[in-house]
Design a protein around this ligand. Structure first.
Ligand SMILES: Cc1ncc(COP(=O)(O)O)c(C=O)c1O
Length: 460
Protein backbone atom coordinates (compact mmCIF):
# COMPACT_ATOMS: atom_id res chain seq x y z
CA UNK A 1 0.00 0.00 0.00
CA UNK A 2 1.94 3.05 -1.19
CA UNK A 3 0.51 6.48 -0.51
CA UNK A 4 1.60 9.78 -1.90
CA UNK A 5 5.20 10.82 -1.75
CA UNK A 6 6.44 13.32 0.86
CA UNK A 7 6.76 16.77 -0.66
CA UNK A 8 10.19 17.50 -2.06
CA UNK A 9 11.49 13.94 -1.81
CA UNK A 10 13.28 12.52 -4.81
CA UNK A 11 11.57 9.29 -5.85
CA UNK A 12 14.66 7.88 -7.49
CA UNK A 13 16.95 8.69 -4.51
CA UNK A 14 14.48 7.14 -2.08
CA UNK A 15 14.06 4.02 -4.22
CA UNK A 16 17.84 3.75 -4.58
CA UNK A 17 18.30 3.98 -0.80
CA UNK A 18 15.73 1.19 -0.37
CA UNK A 19 17.43 -0.96 -3.01
CA UNK A 20 20.82 -0.47 -1.33
CA UNK A 21 19.47 -1.48 2.11
CA UNK A 22 17.60 -4.47 0.62
CA UNK A 23 20.86 -5.68 -0.96
CA UNK A 24 22.61 -5.55 2.43
CA UNK A 25 19.61 -7.27 4.03
CA UNK A 26 19.73 -10.15 1.54
CA UNK A 27 23.47 -10.55 1.94
CA UNK A 28 23.01 -10.95 5.70
CA UNK A 29 20.30 -13.65 5.36
CA UNK A 30 21.55 -16.56 3.19
CA UNK A 31 20.24 -19.33 5.49
CA UNK A 32 16.85 -17.65 5.82
CA UNK A 33 16.70 -17.59 2.02
CA UNK A 34 17.53 -21.31 1.85
CA UNK A 35 14.85 -22.15 4.40
CA UNK A 36 12.33 -19.95 2.60
CA UNK A 37 13.00 -21.74 -0.69
CA UNK A 38 12.57 -25.10 1.04
CA UNK A 39 9.44 -23.93 2.88
CA UNK A 40 7.72 -22.98 -0.37
CA UNK A 41 7.50 -26.73 -1.14
CA UNK A 42 5.40 -27.57 1.92
CA UNK A 43 4.17 -24.36 3.60
CA UNK A 44 1.70 -22.45 1.42
CA UNK A 45 3.53 -19.27 0.44
CA UNK A 46 6.59 -20.37 2.45
CA UNK A 47 5.32 -19.04 5.80
CA UNK A 48 2.82 -19.92 8.55
CA UNK A 49 0.74 -16.72 8.38
CA UNK A 50 0.44 -14.50 5.30
CA UNK A 51 1.79 -11.51 7.26
CA UNK A 52 5.11 -13.27 7.77
CA UNK A 53 5.90 -12.67 4.09
CA UNK A 54 8.20 -9.70 4.45
CA UNK A 55 10.09 -7.74 1.81
CA UNK A 56 12.67 -8.56 0.52
CA UNK A 57 12.31 -12.01 2.14
CA UNK A 58 11.06 -13.67 5.34
CA UNK A 59 13.52 -13.91 8.24
CA UNK A 60 13.61 -17.27 10.05
CA UNK A 61 14.22 -16.91 13.78
CA UNK A 62 16.20 -19.38 15.87
CA UNK A 63 15.66 -18.15 19.43
CA UNK A 64 14.90 -15.28 21.77
CA UNK A 65 16.20 -14.38 25.22
CA UNK A 66 15.17 -11.31 27.16
CA UNK A 67 14.98 -8.39 24.74
CA UNK A 68 17.08 -10.02 22.00
CA UNK A 69 16.41 -12.48 19.20
CA UNK A 70 18.78 -14.39 16.93
CA UNK A 71 17.98 -15.44 13.37
CA UNK A 72 19.08 -18.65 11.63
CA UNK A 73 22.04 -16.80 10.11
CA UNK A 74 23.29 -16.01 13.61
CA UNK A 75 22.44 -12.30 13.39
CA UNK A 76 21.39 -10.90 16.75
CA UNK A 77 18.83 -8.11 17.13
CA UNK A 78 17.19 -5.95 19.77
CA UNK A 79 13.64 -7.22 19.33
CA UNK A 80 11.20 -4.35 18.90
CA UNK A 81 8.92 -6.47 16.72
CA UNK A 82 7.77 -8.30 19.82
CA UNK A 83 5.72 -10.78 17.80
CA UNK A 84 3.28 -7.98 16.84
CA UNK A 85 3.10 -6.95 20.49
CA UNK A 86 2.51 -10.37 22.04
CA UNK A 87 6.05 -10.21 23.40
CA UNK A 88 5.51 -7.62 26.13
CA UNK A 89 7.09 -9.99 28.67
CA UNK A 90 10.23 -10.32 26.54
CA UNK A 91 11.56 -13.77 25.65
CA UNK A 92 11.96 -16.65 28.09
CA UNK A 93 11.03 -14.48 31.06
CA UNK A 94 12.01 -16.53 34.14
CA UNK A 95 8.53 -16.25 35.70
CA UNK A 96 6.85 -17.48 32.52
CA UNK A 97 9.42 -20.25 31.99
CA UNK A 98 8.90 -21.50 35.56
CA UNK A 99 5.10 -21.43 35.31
CA UNK A 100 5.05 -23.19 31.93
CA UNK A 101 7.67 -25.80 32.92
CA UNK A 102 5.71 -26.62 36.07
CA UNK A 103 2.45 -26.93 34.13
CA UNK A 104 3.90 -28.98 31.25
CA UNK A 105 5.17 -31.55 33.73
CA UNK A 106 1.70 -31.88 35.29
CA UNK A 107 -0.44 -31.95 32.11
CA UNK A 108 -1.47 -29.11 29.86
CA UNK A 109 -5.05 -29.72 28.83
CA UNK A 110 -8.12 -31.25 30.43
CA UNK A 111 -11.04 -29.27 28.94
CA UNK A 112 -12.19 -28.77 32.53
CA UNK A 113 -11.88 -25.55 34.56
CA UNK A 114 -8.91 -24.88 36.84
CA UNK A 115 -8.02 -22.39 39.56
CA UNK A 116 -5.53 -20.43 37.45
CA UNK A 117 -8.42 -19.40 35.17
CA UNK A 118 -10.24 -17.86 38.14
CA UNK A 119 -7.10 -15.96 39.19
CA UNK A 120 -6.59 -14.66 35.63
CA UNK A 121 -10.25 -13.58 35.37
CA UNK A 122 -10.08 -11.83 38.76
CA UNK A 123 -6.89 -10.05 37.77
CA UNK A 124 -8.31 -8.89 34.42
CA UNK A 125 -11.51 -7.73 36.17
CA UNK A 126 -9.47 -5.57 38.54
CA UNK A 127 -7.38 -4.07 35.71
CA UNK A 128 -10.13 -3.46 33.15
CA UNK A 129 -13.12 -2.89 35.42
CA UNK A 130 -15.43 -5.43 33.76
CA UNK A 131 -16.66 -8.21 36.06
CA UNK A 132 -17.10 -11.34 33.91
CA UNK A 133 -14.58 -13.07 31.64
CA UNK A 134 -14.17 -16.01 29.27
CA UNK A 135 -11.10 -17.19 27.39
CA UNK A 136 -10.36 -17.89 23.73
CA UNK A 137 -7.27 -18.92 21.76
CA UNK A 138 -6.77 -15.83 19.61
CA UNK A 139 -7.77 -12.24 19.10
CA UNK A 140 -9.92 -13.32 16.16
CA UNK A 141 -11.97 -15.61 18.38
CA UNK A 142 -12.31 -12.88 21.00
CA UNK A 143 -13.68 -10.29 18.58
CA UNK A 144 -15.90 -12.92 16.93
CA UNK A 145 -17.49 -13.73 20.29
CA UNK A 146 -17.85 -10.01 21.09
CA UNK A 147 -19.68 -9.42 17.80
CA UNK A 148 -21.93 -12.44 18.44
CA UNK A 149 -22.65 -11.19 21.96
CA UNK A 150 -23.59 -7.68 20.80
CA UNK A 151 -26.05 -9.29 18.38
CA UNK A 152 -27.32 -11.78 20.96
CA UNK A 153 -27.93 -9.12 23.62
CA UNK A 154 -29.65 -6.57 21.36
CA UNK A 155 -31.41 -8.95 18.96
CA UNK A 156 -30.08 -6.80 16.09
CA UNK A 157 -27.94 -7.92 13.14
CA UNK A 158 -26.01 -4.83 11.99
CA UNK A 159 -22.66 -3.92 13.50
CA UNK A 160 -20.35 -0.94 12.91
CA UNK A 161 -16.57 -1.02 12.58
CA UNK A 162 -14.14 1.77 11.79
CA UNK A 163 -12.41 2.14 8.46
CA UNK A 164 -8.80 0.94 8.84
CA UNK A 165 -9.33 -1.12 12.00
CA UNK A 166 -8.29 -4.77 11.90
CA UNK A 167 -10.14 -7.08 14.29
CA UNK A 168 -8.94 -10.48 13.09
CA UNK A 169 -10.03 -12.70 10.23
CA UNK A 170 -13.64 -13.75 10.90
CA UNK A 171 -16.22 -12.76 8.30
CA UNK A 172 -18.05 -9.90 10.06
CA UNK A 173 -14.92 -7.77 10.48
CA UNK A 174 -13.25 -8.46 7.14
CA UNK A 175 -14.54 -5.18 5.76
CA UNK A 176 -12.63 -1.94 5.08
CA UNK A 177 -9.50 -3.12 6.86
CA UNK A 178 -7.07 -1.42 4.50
CA UNK A 179 -9.08 -0.10 1.54
CA UNK A 180 -7.30 1.81 -1.22
CA UNK A 181 -7.81 5.55 -1.71
CA UNK A 182 -10.04 5.06 -4.75
CA UNK A 183 -12.35 2.67 -2.84
CA UNK A 184 -13.11 4.55 0.36
CA UNK A 185 -15.96 6.92 -0.63
CA UNK A 186 -17.29 9.65 1.68
CA UNK A 187 -15.61 10.44 5.01
CA UNK A 188 -18.94 10.65 6.89
CA UNK A 189 -20.26 7.31 5.59
CA UNK A 190 -17.33 5.35 4.10
CA UNK A 191 -17.87 2.56 1.59
CA UNK A 192 -17.93 -1.06 2.72
CA UNK A 193 -14.89 -2.61 1.04
CA UNK A 194 -14.40 -6.39 1.38
CA UNK A 195 -10.93 -7.09 2.79
CA UNK A 196 -10.37 -10.45 1.14
CA UNK A 197 -11.84 -13.03 -1.18
CA UNK A 198 -13.95 -15.75 0.38
CA UNK A 199 -16.20 -13.64 2.59
CA UNK A 200 -19.84 -13.70 1.42
CA UNK A 201 -21.45 -10.39 0.57
CA UNK A 202 -24.48 -11.48 2.63
CA UNK A 203 -22.28 -11.30 5.75
CA UNK A 204 -20.31 -8.15 4.94
CA UNK A 205 -23.57 -6.33 4.16
CA UNK A 206 -24.29 -6.58 7.89
CA UNK A 207 -21.16 -4.57 8.72
CA UNK A 208 -21.37 -0.79 8.38
CA UNK A 209 -18.28 1.40 8.24
CA UNK A 210 -17.65 4.63 10.16
CA UNK A 211 -14.69 7.01 10.52
CA UNK A 212 -12.51 6.87 13.65
CA UNK A 213 -12.60 10.01 15.79
CA UNK A 214 -15.91 11.07 14.22
CA UNK A 215 -18.97 10.57 16.43
CA UNK A 216 -20.99 12.23 13.64
CA UNK A 217 -20.09 9.36 11.34
CA UNK A 218 -21.58 6.77 13.76
CA UNK A 219 -24.60 9.01 14.41
CA UNK A 220 -25.32 9.18 10.73
CA UNK A 221 -25.39 5.35 10.55
CA UNK A 222 -27.62 5.11 13.63
CA UNK A 223 -30.03 7.61 12.03
CA UNK A 224 -30.02 5.73 8.73
CA UNK A 225 -30.71 2.35 10.42
CA UNK A 226 -32.93 3.12 13.43
CA UNK A 227 -33.22 0.22 15.91
CA UNK A 228 -31.11 -2.06 13.71
CA UNK A 229 -27.52 -1.58 14.94
CA UNK A 230 -26.31 -3.99 17.65
CA UNK A 231 -23.14 -2.07 18.43
CA UNK A 232 -19.72 -0.77 17.48
CA UNK A 233 -16.45 -2.68 17.66
CA UNK A 234 -13.44 -0.36 17.75
CA UNK A 235 -9.79 -0.31 18.75
CA UNK A 236 -9.89 2.45 21.40
CA UNK A 237 -6.52 3.53 20.05
CA UNK A 238 -6.00 2.46 16.45
CA UNK A 239 -2.94 0.23 16.19
CA UNK A 240 -3.21 -1.20 12.71
CA UNK A 241 -2.63 2.17 11.05
CA UNK A 242 0.48 3.23 12.92
CA UNK A 243 -0.90 4.65 16.18
CA UNK A 244 -3.98 6.87 16.07
CA UNK A 245 -5.18 8.09 19.45
CA UNK A 246 -8.79 8.99 20.26
CA UNK A 247 -9.24 12.75 20.32
CA UNK A 248 -10.66 14.51 23.38
CA UNK A 249 -13.93 12.96 24.51
CA UNK A 250 -14.40 10.72 21.44
CA UNK A 251 -14.70 7.39 23.27
CA UNK A 252 -17.02 8.73 26.00
CA UNK A 253 -19.27 10.44 23.44
CA UNK A 254 -19.35 7.30 21.32
CA UNK A 255 -20.42 5.23 24.32
CA UNK A 256 -23.24 7.56 25.34
CA UNK A 257 -24.49 7.91 21.75
CA UNK A 258 -24.64 4.12 21.38
CA UNK A 259 -26.40 3.62 24.70
CA UNK A 260 -28.97 6.29 23.78
CA UNK A 261 -29.76 4.11 20.75
CA UNK A 262 -29.87 0.82 22.68
CA UNK A 263 -26.58 -0.28 21.07
CA UNK A 264 -23.37 -1.60 22.66
CA UNK A 265 -19.69 -0.65 22.62
CA UNK A 266 -16.96 -3.30 22.30
CA UNK A 267 -13.30 -2.35 22.66
CA UNK A 268 -10.85 -4.44 20.71
CA UNK A 269 -7.84 -4.27 23.01
CA UNK A 270 -6.09 -7.24 21.41
CA UNK A 271 -3.13 -4.96 20.68
CA UNK A 272 -3.54 -2.19 23.25
CA UNK A 273 -4.57 -4.32 26.24
CA UNK A 274 -1.57 -4.55 28.62
CA UNK A 275 0.72 -2.73 26.16
CA UNK A 276 -1.09 0.61 26.66
CA UNK A 277 -0.63 0.26 30.42
CA UNK A 278 -1.65 -1.71 33.49
CA UNK A 279 -5.36 -1.48 32.65
CA UNK A 280 -4.99 -1.14 28.87
CA UNK A 281 -6.49 1.67 26.84
CA UNK A 282 -9.70 1.27 28.87
CA UNK A 283 -7.97 2.62 31.99
CA UNK A 284 -5.66 4.97 30.07
CA UNK A 285 -8.54 6.84 28.40
CA UNK A 286 -11.01 6.33 31.26
CA UNK A 287 -13.96 4.90 29.30
CA UNK A 288 -15.39 1.51 30.21
CA UNK A 289 -17.09 -0.31 27.30
CA UNK A 290 -19.70 -3.09 27.45
CA UNK A 291 -17.21 -5.66 26.16
CA UNK A 292 -13.41 -5.89 25.94
CA UNK A 293 -11.42 -8.24 23.70
CA UNK A 294 -7.88 -9.18 24.69
CA UNK A 295 -5.20 -11.54 23.31
CA UNK A 296 -1.52 -11.19 22.32
CA UNK A 297 0.42 -9.91 25.37
CA UNK A 298 -1.82 -11.36 28.10
CA UNK A 299 -0.39 -14.85 27.53
CA UNK A 300 3.21 -13.80 28.20
CA UNK A 301 4.14 -15.37 24.83
CA UNK A 302 1.65 -18.23 24.89
CA UNK A 303 -1.66 -18.56 23.10
CA UNK A 304 -4.52 -16.82 24.97
CA UNK A 305 -7.44 -14.57 24.13
CA UNK A 306 -10.13 -13.23 26.44
CA UNK A 307 -13.48 -11.49 26.38
CA UNK A 308 -14.63 -9.45 29.38
CA UNK A 309 -18.07 -7.95 29.77
CA UNK A 310 -20.61 -6.30 31.99
CA UNK A 311 -23.12 -8.43 33.90
CA UNK A 312 -25.71 -7.46 31.28
CA UNK A 313 -23.70 -8.48 28.21
CA UNK A 314 -22.19 -11.64 29.71
CA UNK A 315 -25.67 -12.52 31.02
CA UNK A 316 -26.31 -14.32 27.73
CA UNK A 317 -23.31 -16.56 28.44
CA UNK A 318 -24.33 -17.03 32.07
CA UNK A 319 -27.88 -18.11 31.19
CA UNK A 320 -26.65 -20.32 28.34
CA UNK A 321 -28.55 -18.55 25.56
CA UNK A 322 -25.20 -17.75 23.92
CA UNK A 323 -22.85 -20.72 24.12
CA UNK A 324 -19.28 -19.50 24.16
CA UNK A 325 -17.21 -22.59 23.52
CA UNK A 326 -13.81 -23.95 22.45
CA UNK A 327 -11.85 -27.13 23.19
CA UNK A 328 -8.72 -25.26 24.26
CA UNK A 329 -10.47 -22.28 25.91
CA UNK A 330 -8.80 -21.61 29.26
CA UNK A 331 -6.48 -24.61 28.88
CA UNK A 332 -4.17 -25.22 31.81
CA UNK A 333 -0.97 -24.27 29.98
CA UNK A 334 -2.22 -20.92 28.69
CA UNK A 335 -3.78 -20.07 32.05
CA UNK A 336 -0.55 -20.84 33.92
CA UNK A 337 1.35 -18.52 31.57
CA UNK A 338 -1.30 -15.78 31.76
CA UNK A 339 -1.36 -15.98 35.56
CA UNK A 340 2.44 -15.56 35.73
CA UNK A 341 2.24 -12.68 33.23
CA UNK A 342 -0.42 -10.82 35.20
CA UNK A 343 0.76 -11.54 38.75
CA UNK A 344 4.55 -11.55 38.35
CA UNK A 345 5.58 -9.81 35.11
CA UNK A 346 3.18 -6.97 34.25
CA UNK A 347 3.44 -5.27 37.64
CA UNK A 348 3.13 -1.54 38.41
CA UNK A 349 6.91 -1.36 38.97
CA UNK A 350 7.64 -3.06 35.65
CA UNK A 351 5.41 -0.55 33.84
CA UNK A 352 7.20 2.38 35.47
CA UNK A 353 10.56 1.17 34.19
CA UNK A 354 9.16 0.48 30.72
CA UNK A 355 7.46 3.89 30.49
CA UNK A 356 10.72 5.61 31.45
CA UNK A 357 12.58 3.78 28.65
CA UNK A 358 9.87 4.67 26.14
CA UNK A 359 9.83 8.35 27.20
CA UNK A 360 13.57 8.67 26.79
CA UNK A 361 13.57 6.91 23.40
CA UNK A 362 10.71 9.11 22.16
CA UNK A 363 12.55 12.25 23.30
CA UNK A 364 15.71 11.22 21.47
CA UNK A 365 13.78 10.37 18.30
CA UNK A 366 11.90 13.68 18.46
CA UNK A 367 15.25 15.49 18.81
CA UNK A 368 16.65 13.69 15.75
CA UNK A 369 13.54 14.63 13.77
CA UNK A 370 13.88 18.25 14.84
CA UNK A 371 17.59 18.39 14.11
CA UNK A 372 17.34 16.78 10.67
CA UNK A 373 14.17 18.75 9.74
CA UNK A 374 12.52 15.64 8.29
CA UNK A 375 8.72 15.63 7.99
CA UNK A 376 7.91 13.10 10.70
CA UNK A 377 6.46 12.71 14.18
CA UNK A 378 7.03 10.15 16.90
CA UNK A 379 3.88 8.77 18.54
CA UNK A 380 3.88 6.51 21.61
CA UNK A 381 1.22 4.87 23.76
CA UNK A 382 2.58 2.77 26.64
CA UNK A 383 4.95 0.13 25.29
CA UNK A 384 4.02 0.90 21.67
CA UNK A 385 5.55 3.50 19.42
CA UNK A 386 5.90 4.49 15.79
CA UNK A 387 7.37 7.16 13.59
CA UNK A 388 4.72 8.66 11.32
CA UNK A 389 6.21 10.22 8.22
CA UNK A 390 3.76 13.09 8.13
CA UNK A 391 4.21 16.59 9.54
CA UNK A 392 0.54 16.71 10.60
CA UNK A 393 -1.18 14.68 13.32
CA UNK A 394 -2.98 11.63 11.92
CA UNK A 395 -6.52 11.30 13.28
CA UNK A 396 -8.15 8.76 10.99
CA UNK A 397 -7.46 6.17 8.30
CA UNK A 398 -7.65 8.72 5.46
CA UNK A 399 -4.76 10.75 6.94
CA UNK A 400 -2.81 7.52 7.40
CA UNK A 401 -3.49 6.45 3.80
CA UNK A 402 -1.80 9.59 2.51
CA UNK A 403 1.58 8.74 4.10
CA UNK A 404 4.34 7.49 1.82
CA UNK A 405 5.03 3.96 3.10
CA UNK A 406 8.48 3.83 1.56
CA UNK A 407 9.95 5.87 4.43
CA UNK A 408 8.76 3.26 6.94
CA UNK A 409 10.04 0.43 4.76
CA UNK A 410 13.43 2.10 4.53
CA UNK A 411 13.40 2.61 8.31
CA UNK A 412 12.64 -1.09 8.84
CA UNK A 413 15.51 -2.15 6.57
CA UNK A 414 17.89 0.42 8.06
CA UNK A 415 17.30 -0.72 11.63
CA UNK A 416 17.35 -4.39 10.64
CA UNK A 417 20.74 -4.10 8.97
CA UNK A 418 22.04 -2.46 12.15
CA UNK A 419 20.75 -4.93 14.73
CA UNK A 420 17.23 -3.77 15.59
CA UNK A 421 14.23 -5.88 14.52
CA UNK A 422 11.24 -3.59 14.06
CA UNK A 423 7.90 -5.08 13.04
CA UNK A 424 7.68 -5.46 9.28
CA UNK A 425 4.77 -4.00 7.30
CA UNK A 426 5.96 -0.41 7.23
CA UNK A 427 3.61 2.30 8.35
CA UNK A 428 0.95 -0.14 9.59
CA UNK A 429 2.83 -1.52 12.58
CA UNK A 430 4.39 -0.18 15.79
CA UNK A 431 7.37 -1.23 17.89
CA UNK A 432 6.79 -2.86 21.28
CA UNK A 433 9.20 -2.45 24.18
CA UNK A 434 9.19 -5.45 26.52
CA UNK A 435 9.65 -5.51 30.29
CA UNK A 436 13.14 -6.90 29.64
CA UNK A 437 14.47 -4.11 27.42
CA UNK A 438 17.40 -2.07 28.70
CA UNK A 439 18.88 1.40 28.24
CA UNK A 440 21.53 -0.12 25.95
CA UNK A 441 18.83 -1.67 23.73
CA UNK A 442 17.05 1.64 23.30
CA UNK A 443 20.35 3.43 22.74
CA UNK A 444 21.07 1.15 19.76
CA UNK A 445 17.62 1.93 18.37
CA UNK A 446 17.77 5.71 18.82
CA UNK A 447 21.36 5.98 17.55
CA UNK A 448 20.33 4.13 14.39
CA UNK A 449 17.36 6.46 14.09
CA UNK A 450 19.53 9.58 14.37
CA UNK A 451 21.67 8.35 11.41
CA UNK A 452 18.56 7.30 9.51
CA UNK A 453 17.00 10.76 9.95
CA UNK A 454 20.07 12.32 8.34
CA UNK A 455 19.72 9.91 5.42
CA UNK A 456 16.03 10.79 5.01
CA UNK A 457 16.87 14.51 5.21
CA UNK A 458 19.21 14.05 2.25
CA UNK A 459 16.34 12.43 0.30
CA UNK A 460 13.58 14.93 1.10
C1 LIG B 1 -6.62 -5.09 17.02
C2 LIG B 1 -6.57 -6.53 16.66
N1 LIG B 1 -7.65 -7.28 16.87
C3 LIG B 1 -7.65 -8.61 16.58
C4 LIG B 1 -6.55 -9.21 16.05
C5 LIG B 1 -6.56 -10.67 15.73
O1 LIG B 1 -5.79 -11.37 16.65
P1 LIG B 1 -5.21 -12.82 16.28
O2 LIG B 1 -4.16 -12.62 15.25
O3 LIG B 1 -4.70 -13.34 17.59
O4 LIG B 1 -6.36 -13.62 15.78
C6 LIG B 1 -5.39 -8.45 15.81
C7 LIG B 1 -4.19 -9.09 15.24
O5 LIG B 1 -3.23 -8.45 14.87
C8 LIG B 1 -5.41 -7.08 16.11
O6 LIG B 1 -4.34 -6.31 15.88
Amino acid sequence: MLGKQQKGSSTSDLNEAIAAEEAVFLERQPLSRQLYRRAIGSLAGGVTSSWQITTPQPVFIEEGRGSHIVDVDGQEYVDLHGGYGAGLAGHAHPAIVAAVADRVARGTHFAQPNEDAIVVAENLASRFGLPLWRFTNSGTEATMDAVHLMRAVTGRDLIVKMEGCYHGHHDSVQVSVAPAADEVGSLLVPNRVPATLGVPRAITDLTLIATFNSVASVKSLLDQHPGKIAGVIVEPVMMNAGIIEPIGGYLAELKSLLHEHGALLAFDEVKSGLTAGYGGATAAYGVEPDLICLAKAIGGGLVVGAVGGTEATMGKVVDGTYEMVGTFNGNALSMAAARAMLERVATYEAYEKLFALQRLAAEKIAMSIEKSLIKARVVTVGAKGCVTFSPEPVINYRDFLAIDDRFNHLHWLYQHNRGVFLPPWGKIEQWTISFQHSDADMERFTTNFAEFAELVASLQ
